[in-house]
Design a protein around this ligand. Structure first.
Ligand code: SF4
Length: 280
């Protein structure tokens, strides 16, 4: 077994929280630049330029890309030949979030109870997903998720006989309802299959994939492409002020499901799609 100390996990989570919040992902920058070149609407072009400039300033001056530095979603892949040594793993990750949000001057946005709503003042706890995988490595991805867009996510438990065009209609409706409130242009993560909770997790995980990556399943890649064309014809545009750049990309993840249903989860991310990955 390979031993990994929890203090090194805390350290890497801290660094990933800072990096994700201050440096917009390269694939998001490229997608914004490509959209700027393809956009014909003058106001949409101007907004895309501002978004790119904002990301550049954040990187150079080491400032958060957006004032909402989100709740920290953490995906942990643990090799089954790894032995974690030291503190409790979940506490080590939360300590990394605590330190990262403090050192990165990121807003603390987590409340301890959904009804009483008292701020925990250190942005913990994060939402942590563990996955056991083969090997002796540990992979950690931190995704700060703002709630302007998180509030617009939805899940539909569709009939197993639903047509592809009905699935598309449900996704398009979710995008229309999100409109300007979720800070377009969007990146959409879609989860198809599994159960209600699994589809929701897949939709979130889909946001970690490179924006330009297509599904290896031909029929799903076609669906991603067709959806992107339809979403970009809605004329919502950057900041919801019109234009053909409503979404920068759409990624779909699927998994087996029950014969009696088809869960469809839609996770809408704003233009500030932030995530950073590290390995131990
Ligand atoms: S939705 Fe995104 S861009 Fe808008 S305020 Fe929230 S984090 Fe910032």
């Amino acid at each position: 077994m390979r031993e990994i100390q929890t203090k090194t996990i805390t350290e890497i989570v801290k660094e990933l929280c800072i990096k994700a919040n201050l440096e917009l992902r390269t694939d998001v920058m490229i997608a914004l630049e490509e959209s700027l070149n393809n956009e014909s609407h003058p106001r949409a072009k101007k907004i895309l330029q501002i978004l790119l400039e904002n990301a550049q300033i954040a990187r150079e001056k080491k400032l958060p890309i957006c004032q909402d530095t989100g709740i920290a979603i953490v995906f942990v892949e643990i090799g089954q030949e790894v032995m974690v040594v030291g503190d409790a793993l979940t506490e080590a990750i939360n300590q990394g979030i605590r330190l990262g949000y403090e050192e990165g001057f990121c807003r603390k946005s987590v409340v301890s109870d959904p009804i009483l709503r008292e701020n925990t003042k250190d942005n913990t706890p994060g939402i942590i997903h563990y996955n056991i995988v083969p090997g002796d490595k540990l992979k950690i991805t931190v995704m700060p998720k703002g709630f302007g867009c998180e509030n617009k996510n939805c899940i539909k438990m569709m009939r197993p006989t639903v047509s592809v065009s009905e699935i598309k209609k449900g996704i398009i409706k979710a995008v229309q309802e999100a409109g300007p409130d979720a800070c377009p242009p969007f990146i959409l993560g879609i989860g198809l299959g599994g159960t209600m909770d699994k589809a929701a997790q897949l939709a979130k995980e889909a946001l970690i994939l490179p924006i330009a990556q297509s599904s290896p399943q031909t029929h799903i890649a076609r669906l991603e492409q067709e959806l992107l064309v339809e979403v970009n014809s809605l004329n919502i545009g950057p900041a919801g002020l019109g234009g053909k750049t409503t979404a920068l990309g759409i990624n779909i993840l699927t998994c087996p499901t029950h014969i009696a249903g088809l869960p469809v989860a839609i996770n809408i991310n704003c233009h500030a799609l932030r995530s950073a990955t590290g390995y131990l």
